[in-house]
Ligand binder design. Structure first.
Ligand code: OSB
Ligand code: MG
Length: 379
């Protein structure tokens, strides 16, 4: 497989509803879309970096910089036997997993399309439908939160996750248990606490949560292990699992009992498969995280979620919760039983609406071996 040309676009899409975490609130999604062309076909990959370096150190601008100056020269015009060889070929570039993943995932889509098979098959997926859950951001009031929970349960979603932070934790959880009973419920702190909060966090044990996601800082593997000894609610790590190696260390340390997989965080599909397999070997269940992706990144997440150890519902929900319209048509829908069908067409198996992509584009650059860097700016 040869990648002849890369196109990068920086896009802006308005969110249907603002999304608030312990990092802050956003109303628009800014992201880079990669198009990789080769052998007369094209694959696409969505970069999950944000505008700000809060969830991770990467941003859209760092990803743009790293892809154009360091990743593109290593992949444009290069021959790969398989897309799993893309990530190792970028070894000299330290970190920047979101930037690497966007290009690697476009290469997987290109590969699957060239073979005329769905991406799920190329990845080793085994299911035709995946279980879908939702992530509900911090709201202005408990009443607003109750309204969101009621709507998502009515839509059929298989589990509810709410974002928490100091000052918005025990009360919203108690309210949900009180009003909605024993629904599958979990919380995500996005690293908003420290080990000093252990006694406070242990009060969540009374609510029979499926798990607490990323209570402490991303580098605090040891503190997560100490916290897990002081609470019965299983800890799930997200931000901390920046590589397969770190996952091995976190599992060995007892820092988590569950892992959230996001290909962007670990460097793409190849690394995600290795992480999935590592967790399966240690009997650690995994689920697929979400980064408010457009239909392109959402479809990629669905294909990966078809692997066997994704045994818990993920943060992979219907398009309409995020963007209306989405970049793809038809959008991704959830069935009344809370499942999403894995697309069966070649590659990602979704249709991008080029006019919508064009309309959302803030900036564009094309990189090919002849004009190794030529830029077309679009205002
Ligand atoms: O921590 O899982 C997270 C969104 C952006 C950044 C980080 C996270 C999230 C979500 C939303 O929880 C998941 C989604 O619905 O896409
Ligand atoms: Mg999370």
């Amino acid at each position: 497989m040869r990648i002849d040309r890369l196109e990068l676009r920086l896009l802006r899409l308005p969110l249907v509803h603002f999304f608030e975490t312990s990092f802050g609130r956003i109303s628009d999604k800014h992201f880079i879309l990669i198009r990789a062309e080769g052998g007369g076909a094209a694959g696409v990959g969505e970069c999950v970096a944000d505008q700000d370096p809060y969830y991770s150190a990467e941003t859209n601008e760092t990803a743009w910089h790293i892809i154009t100056l360091f990743i593109a020269p290593r992949v444009v015009g290069a021959e790969f036997a398989h897309p799993r060889d893309v990530f190792p070929s970028l070894h000299a570039i330290r970190g920047h997993h979101m930037a690497k993943a966007a290009v690697e995932m476009a290469a997987w889509d290109l590969f699957a399309r060239q073979r005329g098979e769905p991406l799920s098959r190329a990845l080793g997926g085994t299911r035709e439908r995946i279980a879908s859950g939702v992530s509900i951001g911090i709201q202005d009031s408990l009443e607003d939160l109750a309204g969101h929970v009621a709507r998502e349960l009515a839509a059929g979603y298989r589990r509810i996750k709410i974002k928490i932070k100091p000052g918005w934790d025990l009360e919203p959880v108690a309210m949900i248990r009180d009003r909605f009973g024993s629904i599958p419920l979990m919380v995500d702190a996005n690293a908003a606490y420290t080990l000093d909060d252990a006694a406070h966090l242990a009060r969540l044990d009374a609510f029979d949560l499926m798990m607490i996601e990323q209570p402490l800082d991303d580098d605090d593997i040891v503190d997560h292990a100490r916290l897990q000894q002081r609470m019965s609610t299983p800890i799930c790590l997200d931000e901390s699992i920046k590589s397969v190696r770190l996952a091995e260390e976190a599992i060995a340390a007892g820092a988590c009992r569950i892992i959230n997989i996001k290909p962007g965080r670990v460097g793409g599909f190849g690394e995600s498969i290795r992480l999935h397999d590592l967790c399966a070997a240690h009997a650690v269940p995994v689920w697929h995280g979400g980064m408010l992706e457009s239909g392109i990144g959402r479809a990629a997440n669905i294909h990966l979620s078809s692997l066997p150890n994704f045994s818990l519902p993920g943060d992979v929900a219907a398009s309409r919760r995020y963007f209306n319209p989405d970049l793809i048509d038809p959008p991704i829908e959830v069935a009344s039983d809370g499942t999403i069908g894995v697309p069966s067409g070649p590659g990602l198996g979704v249709s991008m609406v080029e006019a919508r992509v064009e309309q959302a584009t803030l900036r564009r650059i094309v990189i090919d071996p002849v004009r190794s860097r030529s830029s077309v700016a679009i205002s």
